[in-house]
Design a protein around this ligand. Structure first.
Ligand SMILES: [Zn+2]
Length: 167
């Protein structure tokens, strides 16, 4: 899979980004910010869903240097939950599709899984389920964690080291 390109496209097709290779992680997040941020984007006129019906947000997370917008980047608008929020969620303003988020201090981009073309990697973990308030059964496709698990931080550390040594 190493050098494969994954295409991330807005609903109308005017904005297109590319991610290279396998993601750092393929996860679903239930934290309160992801839920509030997802609702904020979904409230935009005509915006397609970014959240799952149970309130989880599925993402594919890539190193910043392995993700770029190749078409329509000028249409991207960043939304925040508050002035001082460290996370910006980028929307393709042509059709109000939530595309990806950037956590300011981070070296990664988390792109909304729903915007990727098939085939998609399996979900590897469900995080922050302490914030999950859905009556729907918790999917059993991947381990679920009340917080952020050590294996998530380990993935990020490995990715950061590989980036620093130029791999
Ligand atoms: Zn669009």
């Amino acid at each position: 899979m190493g050098g494969d390109l994954r295409i991330v496209r807005c609903n109308c097709g005017r904005v297109q980004c590319e991610a290279v290779g396998d993601p750092i992680v393929s996860a679903v997040c239930y934290c309160s910010d992801c839920q509030a941020g997802g609702h904020q984007l979904e409230a935009l006129a005509g915006g397609p869903p970014v959240l799952d019906p149970d309130g989880g947000t599925p993402y594919l997370t890539f190193r910043k240097d392995r993700f770029k917008c190749v078409e329509g980047a000028e249409l991207l608008i960043g939304y925040k939950l508050g002035e001082s929020a460290p996370t910006q969620r980028f929307v393709a303003s042509c059709c109000n599709s939530g595309m990806f988020l950037k956590f300011a201090p981070g070296f990664w981009i988390s792109a909304y899984r729903k915007r990727f073309a098939e085939p998609l990697p399996p979900i590897e973990m469900r995080n922050k389920t302490e914030w999950r308030h859905s009556a729907l059964p918790l999917p059993t496709d991947a381990p679920a964690y009340r917080g952020f698990p050590g294996r998530l931080f380990w993935r990020l550390i490995k990715a950061r080291v590989a980036m620093l040594i130029g791999r």
